[in-house]
Design a protein around this ligand. Structure first.
Ligand code: SF4
Length: 334
């Protein structure tokens, strides 16, 4: 039997290690000096805790465009959406999964205090506000930020107090693995997240069927279903939510059928959810190359994603009018 991550148990262990609720501190990765820093185009900033990320709409002409951060932030901040958007990124120091294609070195996902620093949301906000040529967007990522769901409302509260709500666009990622958003936050916190002006969230589907999901994450295939359940809850909660999906898979067999079912399941949550879902192309960053062997099945999986993206495009063309497909991702109603 395959050796899967015990996701619920490991999530609880990591949460315990990466948040201090009494002091409202979180453990954030130190990027300076890390293996990840070698893959960055611009050196880490904010005392080594942050980085500037350039989100590009057309990163690869053979893949679908990625409008997510650009269109959502531009709409919220009344900016003209362009080709590239700069964001200030901080990464929490833990993740409960181990995606083989993760561009974060695994040593930055273990909540290791040797590789991270305890900070408050206010410390990070101060660092961000002091950045010269400050990007309009603040991206709380990881790792898996939702191991510490408090990070988002803590940051929102501070932005509101400093009268920066609607002036800074706030974004957070979620790998759709835990229900901590509902079990750890208060009703008041969830209300704040749902109503804050200028916040977007993305849930990442780590595959398009149970096999690809488990192959990609090392989590049990059963948890593929949970990804949909969690996404359904976020949609129902009225949060401005979008989705990413990765299509690397170990086998070329049955991709078209699996993709149909994947799109069916997205539509079961909300008929237009596929139009708010962006497939992400997996690139072998240096960090990833270093972790793969020459004959690794993951190298073939990179090739299979090309078949999967063709199947995805086909499904969208069949199911949605060109008018709907032409909408900005921000305007797609759920
Ligand atoms: S869920 Fe995200 S942070 Fe965690 S291993 Fe996968 S890609 Fe990396």
């Amino acid at each position: 039997m395959a050796n899967f991550i015990d996701t619920d148990n490991y999530s609880a262990i990591l949460r315990d290690k990466c948040v201090n609720l009494a002091e409202q501190r979180i453990l954030v990765s130190r990027l300076a000096g890390s293996e990840q820093a070698n893959d960055l185009t611009v050196p880490p900033n904010c005392g080594g805790l942050g980085r500037i990320r350039h989100f590009s709409r057309h990163a690869d002409p053979e893949w679908v465009p990625d409008p997510l951060h650009i269109d959502t932030a531009s709409r919220a901040l009344n900016l003209l959406p362009g080709e590239v958007l700069r964001a200030q990124v901080f990464q929490n120091a833990a993740c409960n999964w181990r995606c083989w294609y993760c561009f974060v070195p695994f040593e930055l996902l273990r909540a290791s205090e040797k590789r991270s620093t305890w900070v408050t949301a206010g410390d990070l906000l101060d660092l961000y506000l002091a950045v010269s040529d400050r990007p309009p967007m603040l991206d709380l990522t990881g790792g898996q930020p939702d191991l510490v769901p408090e990070w988002v409302p803590w940051t929102m509260q501070l932005l509101r107090e400093r009268e920066l709500e609607g002036i800074v666009y706030l974004w957070s990622d979620d790998n759709l693995s835990t229900d901590y958003f509902w079990t750890q936050l208060s009703e008041k916190d969830r209300e704040l997240v749902a109503t804050f002006r200028g916040y977007g969230r993305v849930g990442c589907f780590k595959g398009f069927d149970a096999l690809s999901f488990s192959f990609n994450t090392k989590a049990s295939p059963d948890l593929f279903n949970r990804q949909f359940e969690l996404m359904r809850r976020f949609v129902r909660a009225g949060i401005d939510i979008y989705a990413y999906a990765t299509f690397t898979t170990p086998t070329p067999n049955g991709i078209e059928d699996s993709m149909k079912r994947f799109v069916d399941r997205l539509q079961d949550i909300a008929p237009n959810l596929p139009l708010r879902t962006i497939p992400l192309k997996i690139f072998p960053f240096r960090v990833v190359e270093n972790r793969l062997s020459v004959n690794s099945p993951h190298l073939v999986a990179i090739e299979h994603q090309k078949v999967a993206i063709a199947a995805w495009r086909q499904e969208l063309e069949t199911r949605f009018s060109s008018e709907l497909r032409g909408l900005s991702v921000v305007d797609v109603p759920l």
